[in-house]
Design a binder for this molecule. Structure first.
Ligand SMILES: C[S@@+](CC[C@H](N)C(=O)[O-])C[C@H]1O[C@@H](n2cnc3c(N)ncnc32)[C@H](O)[C@@H]1O
Length: 190
C-alpha cells in the first residue's frame, strides 16, 4: 500500500526544496558508511549523491514504477553501478534485505505514513549494530511550501517515542534543522 500523502510534485520543484549535500552532511555519510537501504527513493534526489559519496551499495525502493524508473535512469545515466533500484511495497513486504546488512537506512519524508512504527522497526532490522537510521521530515512549527497535513506530520519527539517501541534504536544528539523546512534525526542501532 502506498503511504498516505506521499505523492510527488515535479522533480525540479521537489529538488529546489532541499540542500541535498547539507542533508547528507548532517548524518556524516562518507566512505565508511557501507551499504544503505532507502524507503521511498522518489526521484533519487538523495540516492545518487549518497551513492556518490559512500561508493557503497545503495538499495533504493519505491512502490511507484515511475519513481523507481526515474531513479534507475538517473543512476544509469551517471554510470553508477552501486545503485540498485527495486519497485517494492516496503510497507507490505519489508526491504527483503538481510538483517544487519546495511550501515544505514534512509527514512526521508516518509514517516507520516500509516504504521510508522513497523517502518522504523524494519529500518532498524536491516541496519548493523553501530549503524544509523537517518530520518528527515518537514517541520511542523512553521509554514512549509510542501509536506503532508499537519495532523499526520511527525515531530522529532514522536519519532523518538516510536523508535523506543522498536527497541534497539537510540537517538543520537538533538534533532537538527536542515535547510529552511526540515529537521534531521539520527537513530543509532545498539
Ligand atoms: C514524499 S516522497 C519522498 C521521496 C524521497 N524519500 C525524498 O525525500 O526525496 C515518498 C516516496 O515514497 C514512496 N512510497 C510510498 N509508499 C511506499 C511503499 N509502501 N513502499 C515503498 N515506497 C513507497 C512514494 O512513491 C514516494 O516516491
Amino acid at each position: 500500500m502506498k503511504y498516505r500523502e506521499s505523492g510527488m510534485p515535479e522533480v525540479r520543484y521537489w529538488e529546489s526544496l532541499f540542500d541535498i549535500e547539507a542533508v547528507l552532511d548532517v548524518f556524516g555519510f562518507d566512505s565508511s558508511t557501507g551499504a544503505v537501504a532507502e524507503l521511498g527513493c522518489g526521484y533519487g534526489t538523495f540516492t545518487l549523491p549518497l551513492a556518490q559519496r559512500t561508493g557503497a551499495p545503495v538499495h533504493a525502493f519505491d512502490i511507484e514504477p515511475e519513481m523507481a524508473a526515474a531513479t534507475r535512469a538517473r543512476a544509469e545515466a551517471a554510470g553508477m553501478a552501486n545503485v540498485a533500484v527495486s519497485m517494492r511495497d516496503v510497507f507490505a513486504e519489508g526491504f527483503g534485505l538481510d538483517s544487519g546488512s546495511c550501515g544505514a537506512c534512509l527514512l526521508f519524508n516518509i514517516l507520516h505514513g500509516e504504521a510508522p512504527v513497523p517502518a522504523l522497526c524494519e529500518a532498524g532490522r536491516v541496519v548493523r549494530p553501530g549503524g544509523m537510521v537517518a530520518v528527515i521530515h518537514w517541520r511542523s512549527d512553521l509554514a512549509t511550501p510542501r509536506g503532508p497535513s499537519l495532523e499526520i506530520r511527525p515531530r522529532p519527539e514522536q519519532i523518538v517515542a516510536w523508535a523506543e517501541e522498536c527497541g534497539g534504536l537510540a537517538v543520537e544528539g538533538e534533532p537538527q534543522c536542515v535547510g529552511p523546512w526540515h529537521f534531521a534525526l539520527r537513530l543509532r542501532k545498539l
